[in-house]
Design a protein around this ligand. Structure first.
Ligand code: ATP
Length: 231
């Protein structure tokens, strides 16, 4: 069975529109892997802005350990000195699960003059076919897939990438439906490893921005429940 490929929606007269990047994630916590992903994709695709959108209740994975407020606060601190990066709490303001399709529709409403580009690491892109209403996503956005250590392009994802591969000019002149794979600096950093390090009292310096160290160390050294098997 072939993969669903939507007809790209063309804008009137094929004029170029600025591209708005959307980096969703659990950000539990945000780290330098996220920041390089956004920076390098923004450079290659000449993105006007990148919105960092922490998920409230991520539907495809275990629930975050840090609170939504803290994850958003850390995102805001991490990107404070970058004029192109924007903290975006729209998923935290919605109730229920954070479905990307709803987020994209909301961005279309708030940014009608941009074309949207969803930024995904390769591991996330490989799981795209399990997302809620995934076949509709490409009717709303383009997708940029960034390389990530440990993640190889899966068969189905590779087929989708092949069928929907588009140039930067096509991203700018069509509203949605294109995919590009972008080779970025491979940083083997994950939030999981950072949480494990913090749990063990290890340093996470140079894995997260310097401005996050104090709040993270403070949070992880405070007494927390459930660490010793909460029977
Ligand atoms: P966790 O370890 O808790 O699963 P994570 O480090 O994968 O978290 P997420 O917030 O789940 O971080 O990731 C958000 C997005 O950023 C995803 O698309 C993911 O693929 C991408 N991403 C995260 N870390 C990297 C990295 N080091 N290199 C490239 N992409 C990354």
């Amino acid at each position: 069975m072939g993969i669903f490929v939507p007809d790209p929606i063309r804008n009137d007269g094929q004029e170029r529109r600025p591209l708005l990047g959307i980096l969703g994630g659990t950000f539990d916590p945000i780290h330098l892997g996220h920041l390089r992903l956004a920076e390098e994709v923004a450079e290659v695709l000449e993105l006007d802005r990148v919105h960092f959108v922490p998920a409230a209740i991520p539907p495809h994975r275990p629930q975050p350990t840090l609170s939504a407020e803290m994850r958003l606060d850390l995102v805001s601190r991490a990107i404070a000195d970058n004029a192109r990066f924007v903290p975006d709490d729209r998923e935290l303001r919605r109730s229920g699960a954070s479905f990307t399709i709803d987020t994209l529709q909301d961005f279309r409403r708030t940014h009608p003059n941009h074309h949207l580009v969803l930024l995904l690491g390769m591991d996330a892109f490989n799981g795209l076919m399990h997302w809620h209403r995934w076949q509709e996503l490409l009717a709303w956005t383009h997708i940029a897939v960034a390389t990530r250590p440990g993640a190889q392009l899966g068969t189905q994802a590779g087929q989708l990438l092949h069928e929907c591969s588009r140039s930067l000019a096509q991203f700018q002149t069509t509203q949605a439906g294109g995919i590009q794979q972008i080779e970025i600096t491979r940083l083997d950093i994950s939030a999981t490893a950072i949480r494990q390090g913090l749990d063990l009292g290890h340093s996470v310096r140079y894995l997260v921005p310097e401005s996050l160290l104090k709040p993270l160390y403070r949070h992880y050294s405070a007494p927390r429940f459930g660490q010793c098997g909460d029977k």
